[in-house]
Design a binder for this molecule. Structure first.
Ligand code: BT5
Length: 324
């Protein structure tokens, strides 16, 4: 049930700079010219610039930098992911909204996205800086038919997908730091938070929280992370179209998510290894129980990180904070 306003906007966007006749819009949508005009005013209030050309119609001159469904969906090349987008100008955390929606039965592929989060979350209740209008703050609800033990790998699947999308849109070369960080020049540009709703033997939903720093200046970050965080704009010097990047992330997430569910972790593992910056390095891994130091040997077919300690013992960790 797309609203009339959305229909008008999508016609203007699809016209790609050509005029759209007001009379034709009125006829097609079966409303008066005055109503068309009122909807156009409301579209302009959202930040779109529309020019009226006599006898020809309305031309979309510029689009605002926002991540609404109207902006994302025309860029979207997916079957299911992002086909329902729940958009907020501001919210506490998209992850909380998505968790509620998943419990209420939201379909596979539903996306919750916001311009700003006032209480963005990391793992273990840490906070996530989510400056207004500068990043991609979204949660994707997926419902793969897998058992819960395979859910954690979706963090690695997502990391591969996001890395690929960033590479395509920017020409930067991001690196994945196990398990859930994406770095550029050693600084964190993306964090992933994978949460699970499941019974003992079946996944109901996985909620993939994705935070990408896109157009921030360094001063937008809290002081405590200014030495460790970066944005795509800081790294390549240009503003990036957040809607386009969000659509690309969803595209690769669907592609690699399906690949994982159908063919297992092996093909993902190869991609993950080609982008990672953890394996082969000396690391310190802090888990909930202990701190381990040694050389990161690799990841197993379950996504577990294997570390060779100085004693020669090999240990697997499922989740940890890694210091390179
Ligand atoms: C993460 O946690 O990296 C997961 C972040 C997930 C954020 C998304 S945004 C959409 C969805 N809604 C949410 O509420 N969350 C998800 P973790 O590995 O625990 O890292 C958190 C740590 O990263 C913090 O303690 C800071 O040190 C640092 N940090 C916080 N904000 C950052 C930012 N914007 N960029 C880089 N580092 C940041």
């Amino acid at each position: 049930n797309i609203s009339i306003k959305e229909k008008i906007l999508s016609q203007l966007i699809n016209a790609k700079g050509e005029p759209v006749s007001g009379q034709k819009l009125a006829d097609e949508l079966n409303i008066s010219r005055t109503m068309i005009w009122k909807h156009l005013k409301s579209i302009e209030e959202d930040g779109y610039v529309i020019e009226a050309i006599k006898k020809k119609g309305y031309v979309l001159q510029s689009i605002p930098d926002i991540v609404t469904p109207e902006q994302i969906i025309p860029n979207l090349n997916t079957k299911q992911l992002g086909r329902t987008i729940d958009y907020y100008t501001t919210c506490e955390s998209t992850q909380i909204i998505a968790a509620d929606k998943a419990r209420e039965g939201a379909p596979h592929g539903t996306v919750v996205i916001a311009e700003e989060q006032t209480d963005g979350r990391g793992r273990l209740d840490r906070s996530w800086n989510s400056t207004a209008n500068k990043g991609i703050w979204m949660s994707v609800i997926i419902r793969p038919a897998i058992s819960p033990q395979f859910a954690a790998q979706f963090t690695l699947v997502s990391a591969v997908a996001i890395t690929q999308a960033i590479q395509e849109v920017t020409n930067l070369t991001p690196e994945i730091k196990w398990p859930n960080d994406i770095l550029i020049n050693g600084k964190k540009v993306t964090g992933i938070l994978t949460e699970l709703q499941a019974d003992m033997d079946i996944v109901h939903s996985i909620i993939i929280g994705i935070g990408v720093n896109v157009n921030q200046e360094l001063s937008a970050f809290e002081e405590s992370i200014q030495k460790t965080a970066t944005s795509l704009k800081i790294e390549n010097g240009e503003e990036i179209d957040r809607s386009l990047l969000a659509a690309k992330i969803l595209y690769y997430l669907e592609k690699y998510g399906d690949l994982y569910v159908e063919n297992g972790f092996k093909p993902i593992k190869i991609l993950w290894e080609s982008h990672n910056c953890t394996i082969g390095k000396r690391i310190r891994a802090t888990t909930l129980r202990e701190t381990l130091e040694g050389v990161a040997l690799g990841i197993t077919n379950d996504g577990v990180l294997e570390i060779k300690l100085d004693s020669g013992e090999i240990r697997g960790v499922y989740s940890a904070d890694i210091h390179l």
